[in-house]
Design a protein around this ligand. Structure first.
Ligand code: NDP
Ligand code: 8X3
Length: 253
């Protein structure tokens, strides 16, 4: 097991759910944190709960210009990122594709795919130069298993998976590692965001079953990054015991 004492970790989407839990867990392991998200008050509230130094970065990962500028200007002591947790992501809507809103599709592609790529591309040269680093991408079971209304969200997570695998291909021979974490149902603000603030509808998603907690996923992320330096965990798929796979859906006439 590696000790993360003195490491710098950057977590996107640290204002809620899985990202917040990852920041807390990595801080407990001794890492300094760069906390990224759009809601500044939440970033500062989280920073005050960490046991290690942190830097709050109010940033919309969809803006390439903002990403490049703010990551180029990290303060003293935070400039060399050892662990990047690309967690910021959204699902918007659950309509069938023929009724989906293109604005929602744009937002999912811009955040889940393009935002993740911008942050990765900006930080990767430093990791390669230092021959040390770990990119942890938050994918999803939706990358592999389609479900009605998952359309573009699932496709963005398939992108995350394939990008992770291809990053790994490019980084062979360096000590920069890449992991794709693919959770199933985790109770966070994910469904509230998906259903545009309809908390009642969001609550129904997890009704009568025990979902994963953000802490369950943070445990997995922390386990992956603390493996010995020669060990790369490529993909981790993790579901609640109460979630499973559907049968093929056959329409008979
Ligand atoms: P939450 O909605 O609780 O958290 C999403 C986070 O992403 C927030 O911190 C939000 O911060 C941030 N975010 C969204 N858009 C942007 C943006 N443009 N720029 C910067 N930050 C942004 O959801 P989860 O914690 O559940 O989701 C985290 C990741 O895990 C996502 O990638 C999601 O797809 C994935 N996932 C979630 C599952 C689940 O069941 N919950 C299952 C599988 C994967 P802010 O709004 O402050 O910017
Ligand atoms: C989130 C998991 O199954 O709600 O990525 O799409 S699911």
């Amino acid at each position: 097991m590696q000790n993360t004492q003195g490491w710098t970790a950057l977590v996107t989407g640290a204002t809620s759910g899985i990202g917040e839990a990852c920041a807390l867990s990595l801080s407990q392991q001794g890492a300094r944190l760069i906390l990224v998200g759009r809601r500044e008050d939440r970033l500062h509230a989280l920073a005050s709960r960490l046991s290690t130094p942190s830097h709050c970065l109010v940033l919309d990962v969809r803006s390439r210009e903002e990403v490049e500028r703010s990551l180029a200007g990290l303060p003293e002591g935070f400039g060399e990122v050892d662990v990047l947790v690309n967690n910021a992501g959204v699902a918007l809507g659950l309509e069938p594709a023929q009724e989906g809103a293109l604005d929602d599709w744009d937002a999912m592609i811009d955040t889940n795919c393009k935002g993740l790529v911008y942050v990765t591309r900006t930080l990767l040269p430093g990791m390669v130069k230092r021959n040390r680093g770990h990119v942890v991408n938050l994918g999803s079971v939706a990358a592999t298993y389609p479900y009605p209304g998952g359309n573009v969200y699932g496709a963005t997570k398939a992108f995350v998976h394939q990008f992770s695998q291809n990053l790994k291909a490019d980084l062979v021979g360096t000590r920069v590692r890449v992991t794709d974490i693919q959770p199933g149902m985790v109770e966070t603000e994910f469904s509230v965001v998906r259903f545009r603030g309809d908390a009642q509808r969001a609550g129904k998603v997890y009704e009568g079953m025990q979902p994963l907690t953000p802490g369950d996923i943070a445990d997995v992320v922390t386990w992956c990054v603390t493996r010995p330096a020669h060990v790369n965990i490529n993909v981790v798929e993790v579901m609640p015991a109460d979630q499973g796979f559907g049968p093929f859906n056959v329409k008979r006439r």
